[in-house]
Design a protein around this ligand. Sequence first.
Ligand SMILES: Nc1ncnc2c1ncn2[C@@H]1O[C@H](COP(=O)(O)OP(=O)(O)O)[C@@H](O)[C@H]1O
Ligand SMILES: [Mg+2]
Length: 304
Amino acid sequence: MMKTLALVTSAGSLPIDVDMPLLLQACRSLGLHAEVCDWEDPDVPWGRFDAAVLRSPWNYVDALPAFMAWCDRVAPVTRLFNPPQVARWSLDKRYLSDLARLGVPVVPSCFVAPQDNVDAVLHGFLHDFLKSQPQAAEIVVKPTVGAYSRDVQRFHRDRLDLAAGYIRTLHARCHQVILQPYLSSIDRDGETNLAFFDGQYSHAIRKSAMLMADGTVHVPTQDLRQARDADADEQAVAGAALRAAALHLGLREPLLYARVDLVRNDEGQPMVLELEICEPSLNLPFAEGSALRFAQAMARRVGH
Ligand SMILES: Nc1ncnc2c1ncn2[C@@H]1O[C@H](COP(=O)(O)OP(=O)(O)O)[C@@H](O)[C@H]1O
Ligand SMILES: [Mg+2]
């Protein structure tokens, strides 16, 4: 029997999902039947698919409870990749503290909840991290749930009043907040996004810095990305992050797909900025053969 896959998107995101056409083509070349499905379409018979693969349901950021409820509803009637507990854990950047506890080098992160004393946390953070990294002139403030650099801002360490005001603004909008030192290597080298299929490194890109010194925040459009190979130490850190995630979540098999975003700190050590294991853009147009590797990994999971 021919296996069928649902590639899960949202109506508004499909036009900007540059991976989708390549993935569909790769599935066709393997004789794997793949259909693009909108997670919000009530008429999709999810149980008729051998698997549903989260690809670009990117409007979930504004509908997180509804999206997680959808994942929990669909997972029992088909096979959802990556599974709901993976999505749930990875959609809130507080997972960085779980990775850090497991020994993964992550960008030093401090979390501020709405009930915390903002000034006390900010000063404690400055004391702990910026004193040990005197060259870090700036800090980054961002919500723990977000994407596309939305609401991410950088502040000079001498303008903590501005940072505190911004933290309170995010709190008033019911966000938990992360503070990080601004890793300035990103201005020169960008960040590196590594893609993995079935736990195997596939390819990488360089993504330019999104936070400009004048306060402008870019969204990560295609022109700000370029193909590059990940260095051996980057592949090692990304692999360790994925193994730690699997351990933390008690997974019995490697993640079908994953993206790990790294930035080097001032000592040159690659640090995890983000783990994208729910619905990552995988930069397939930048790496020949990557869409086929992804399709092959999906085919193996459904026994095609
Ligand atoms: N600590 C940091 N140092 C330097 N740049 C950062 C830092 N945190 C975030 N950025 C910049 O902001 C962008 C968005 O932040 P990120 O943590 O990737 O969140 P998301 O992509 O989920 O919005 C990154 O791509 C990077 O350019
Ligand atoms: Mg990012």
